[in-house]
Write a protein that binds this ligand. Structure first.
Ligand code: PMP
Length: 393
């Protein structure tokens, strides 16, 4: 490597020395409650496959059916020749599921945030952003070139103080928040945020990546959970978590969606979702429309795991959802916890800075509707065994 690129190796070394280097495991099987890694079958507590749909035969069958009918590639960006009837079919189903007038589908949840924010606010405008918002919200905010005002996490008093401070500024204002915060599992105080938005004339956008398939009636998400109807202007979603596939979308009024079709750069300059992705997502929405059994099972599993870990003496933070953080603190210790659990047959990643604040390293258990009671009992026993060895409990 040439000397001008020396910083690359130096940075990699620094990450390793500080315990911040992510050891990326390779999955050799379909995603599911158990996966194969390095030839071994291990319990999977890492994936966002909340409802176990990643390898559901109904999604696979729909993908095969549509591949036979439509091929695989979209051919172009959507505004040139990449919008196929199946993209519209998925958008209609998603809008109906979310109770919104319309939806636009893009390549990922990350792209959905990059699609939604820059068209709404520009360099003379203001964004009020929760300090723990997801990286893709942060990047969407930065791309917009609006001034970003960060408010303390889920703190509506601080949000109001900031809105008041800038009340005299005559510009567009956007309040943006994650619905469910994925590292802690806590839920944004959306009803209070919407009230403040009305009071101070701000738009509201929520990223419901971890709320869809989890919160609300039949997993319709955070807006349904709080019964907020059309009081939230912009809903961003991902298709890569509960829906079990990949893709992202923005839902809202028909005119907002029409506007984003013309303005959102991931829609204008990056090719559309592939046929099997769209097909499998259509099957996933149909499953969610049909029954809430999977959503109920997910909550049962999450509550059970949290209760058992609490009884064994673990600090599981402040989660209000099935996301279960297991607080450790030190990044190297969290990593050791994860490695030792892997030896015991459990795949669970440690999460450290910059994904969570320094000194707040943890393991994060992601249960799925596909886990059985026996799987969760196995996990709790192994957590307890290794947690004792490491002095975590
Ligand atoms: N928003 C939030 C809150 C997320 O947690 C994630 C995924 N980590 C994303 C957006 C990005 O979604 P995707 O993986 O579909 O790009």
């Amino acid at each position: 490597m040439s000397s001008k690129m020396k910083f690359v190796d130096e940075e990699l070394k620094r990450l390793k020395d500080e315990g911040l280097y992510v050891n990326i495991r390779v999955i050799e099987s379909p995603q599911g409650p158990w996966v194969q890694i390095e030839g071994r079958r291990v319990l999977n507590l890492c994936s966002n496959n909340y409802l176990g749909l990643c390898s559901d035969p109904r999604l696979c069958a729909k993908a095969k059916e549509y591949i036979d009918k439509y091929g695989v590639g979209p051919g172009a960006v959507r505004t040139i020749a990449g919008t196929m009837s199946i993209h519209i079919e998925l958008e209609k189903k998603l809008a109906a599921f979310k109770g919104a007038e319309a939806a636009i589908v893009v390549q990922s949840g990350f792209c959905a945030n990059l699609s939604a924010i820059p068209p709404l606010v520009g360099k003379d405008d203001l964004i009020f952003s929760d300090e723990l918002n997801h990286a893709s919200i942060i990047d969407g905010c930065r791309l917009s070139r609006a001034e970003i005002v960060r408010y303390a996490h889920c703190d509506v008093k601080d949000l109001e103080a900031k809105l008041k401070e800038y009340a005299g500024r005559n510009c567009r204002k956007l309040i943006v928040t994650d619905g469910v915060f994925s590292m802690d599992g806590d839920i944004a105080p959306l009803p209070e945020i919407v009230d403040l938005a009305d009071k101070y004339g701000a738009m509201v956008m929520v990223d419901d990546a971890h709320g869809e398939g989890v919160l609300g009636r039949g997993g319709r998400g955070i807006v349904d959970h709080f019964g907020l109807g059309d009081r939230v202007d912009v809903e961003v979603g991902t298709l890569s978590k509960a829906f079990g596939v990949v893709g992202g979308f923005v839902a809202g009024s028909a005119s907002l969606v029409e506007y984003l079709r013309q303005k959102a750069r991931p829609n204008l300059f990056s090719s559309a979702l592939t046929v099997p992705d769209v097909a499998a997502n259509i099957a996933a929405v149909d499953i969610l429309e049909e029954s809430d059994d999977l959503v109920k099972k997910l909550w049962e599993n999450g509550n059970y795991l949290k209760q058992c870990l609490k009884e064994r003496g673990f600090d599981i933070g402040r989660s209000q959802t099935p996301i279960t953080p297991i607080m450790v603190g030190d990044a190297n210790k969290a990593k050791e916890f994860s490695l030792k659990l892997f030896d015991e047959g459990i795949f669970i990643q440690s999460i450290a800075y910059p994904t969570v604040p320094l000194g707040k390293a943890r393991l994060r258990a992601m249960v799925s509707a596909a886990h059985s009671r026996k799987d969760l009992d196995f996990a709790v026993d192994k957590f307890t065994k290794v947690g004792k060895v490491l002095g975590i409990i």
